[in-house]
Design a protein around this ligand. Structure first.
Ligand SMILES: Cc1cc2nc3c(=O)[nH]c(=O)nc-3n(C[C@H](O)[C@H](O)[C@H](O)COP(=O)(O)O)c2cc1C
Length: 465
């Protein structure tokens, strides 16, 4: 990867050439650059990306880790469909005489949202970017990793050309987490490590892991210290929920601890564990986290179903980037939309059924490589079929056939018979994937008695967040 020296903010100021170029090495983020734009006054536009440790990321978009979904095949399809127009950003020289079409704001479907990309749109100014988004793998259990569990070792494989390589780890024991991180560094298994403190699955929380863990502040601190100490130059980020439930919010303390311990960025899924995937994410918590955590980027997560949702999240919370989960299920085009939106373009991908079917076929083929057998791939792909076809008029019989094929060829034969020209359906920017609340969060006995005790949680084999 290149250019660790990338400045977070570049400015072009046509009305005052003396202020053009690398205007500031101050640590600014996308959200705060809106204010920066205003401070610079009319005629100046700011272009920023988010820095995750040494990695400059534009668009500031992260594919959320999703167990059973974000394997190499899925990540490659998402990156592919995004089309990474990001090389635009690599045209680093300012374009003389180019002025930004808007100053710090653009109108997206009637909303005013901040854009820092105005200069990009104008062909303009940017620093080197190392990553056109981050695409995080499925959650990996640290104990299984250090024990070199065969399935786990397969899960951390990346496709050729995947860069940067992002691994999400789940662990509850500082020593095991440290060893897992060291293994990743020593064996060059990834470029970025995310730690999962958001998993709400009962099997995990009842042992004090996942979203239950940040409640124990000392334990959280020890885990983060161990991870960062062993990570060398690799950035360590964390992903968490707002807390266990409304009476036990943990994210502000956790964010501050992460910052103090040298974590490179924090991502917040704006739901409690109790909420699971139900209700709506409360983005006001992301705004509050952004106010509390000022030295490192804050990434917002929860209920981004279309690119304009991401723009709204940035506008409302000031977050430095977004993490997208369920919205991209069966819809890798969302990453292209997000790229367009962050670059200030209103263009949105609206593939006809033929293109959707073609991408489905490629995804399935890629799964054969990732999972090691055609049989595993066709079985695994069943869950994706409904997401891809959401809203399209495809008969129940055809859908059923597509979820019971035995081979890639058979899949392609059936999809060849679909109405290739059928347009992208309306109303697809709506929830998909998991939903629903939990009546309570299972916790170890006495877990809530003292947030500052020196408890150690137990590791669990379960994945999911
Ligand atoms: C099927 C599925 C699996 C998930 N697995 C993980 C995981 O392994 N690690 C994690 O941090 N979050 C996991 N999540 C949570 C997502 O990363 C994300 O935080 C959550 O879905 C909210 O974002 P969204 O509203 O964009 O979907 C999972 C979510 C789903 C739907």
């Amino acid at each position: 990867m290149s250019a660790p020296d990338w400045p977070r903010t570049w400015v072009t100021c046509p009305s005052d050439p003396g202020r053009s170029g690398r205007a500031s090495r101050r640590r600014r983020s996308i959200g705060s650059s809106v204010a920066a734009n205003n401070a610079l006054g009319p005629g100046c536009a700011t272009t920023v990306g988010v820095k995750i440790g040494p990695i400059g990321v534009w668009p500031p978009v992260v594919l959320a880790p999703m167990a059973g979904i974000t394997n190499a095949a899925f990540r490659v399809i998402c990156r592919d469909v995004q089309g990474a127009a990001a090389p635009v950003l690599k045209a680093a020289a300012p374009v003389e005489g180019v002025t930004a079409p808007v100053q710090g704001a653009a109108s997206v479907q009637g909303m005013t949202v901040p854009v820092q990309d105005a200069t990009l749109q104008a062909g303009g100014v940017a620093g080197p970017v190392d990553a056109a988004g981050l695409y995080v793998c499925e959650m990996i259990t640290t104990r299984a990793l250090v024990e070199r569990n065969v399935k786990t070792m397969r899960m951390i494989r990346f496709a050729p050309g995947e860069s940067p390589r992002s691994i999400q780890l789940y662990g509850v024991d500082p020593d095991t987490v440290g060893r897992a991180v060291k293994m990743i560094v020593d064996e060059d298994l990834a470029d970025h490590i995310d730690l999962n403190f958001g998993c709400p699955v009962p099997k995990v929380t009842r042992r004090g892991g996942g979203s239950a863990l940040p409640y124990k502040r000392n334990l959280l601190r020890r885990i983060l210290r161990s991870a960062v100490a062993n990570a060398g130059a690799l950035p360590v980020t964390i992903k968490m929920r707002t807390g266990i439930d409304d009476d036990h919010l943990t994210y502000l303390d956790a964010g501050r601890i992460a910052q103090e311990e040298g974590v490179a960025a924090v991502a917040l899924h704006a739901r409690t564990a109790r909420q699971h995937y139900g209700g709506t994410a409360d983005w006001s918590h992301i705004a509050r986290l952004k106010e509390a955590v000022t030295q490192i980027p804050v990434l917002g997560n929860g209920d981004i179903w279309c690119a304009d949702d991401a723009m709204r999240m940035v506008a409302q919370t000031g977050c430095d980037g977004v993490v997208v989960g369920r919205g991209c299920l069966g819809r890798p085009w969302l990453f292209r939309d997000l790229q367009n939106a962050f670059n200030g373009s209103p263009e949105r991908a609206r593939p006809a059924l033929g293109e959707v079917a073609e991408v489905m076929g490629r995804h399935l083929e890629a799964l054969v490589g990732t999972l090691g057998s055609e049989r595993s791939a066709v079985v695994d792909f069943r869950k994706h079929v409904g997401w891809y076809l959401k809203g399209f008029t495809v008969g129940a019989e055809l859908r059923r056939e597509l979820t019971s094929v035995e081979s890639v060829d058979e899949f392609r034969r059936i999809t060849n018979n679909l109405d290739q020209g059928q347009p992208w359906p309306p109303n697809t920017d709506t929830p998909r994937g998991k939903s629903g609340e939990r009546s309570k969060v299972l916790l170890p006995e006495g877990w809530l008695d003292d947030p500052d005790d020196g408890v150690v949680s137990e590791e669990s084999d379960v994945s999911g967040g």
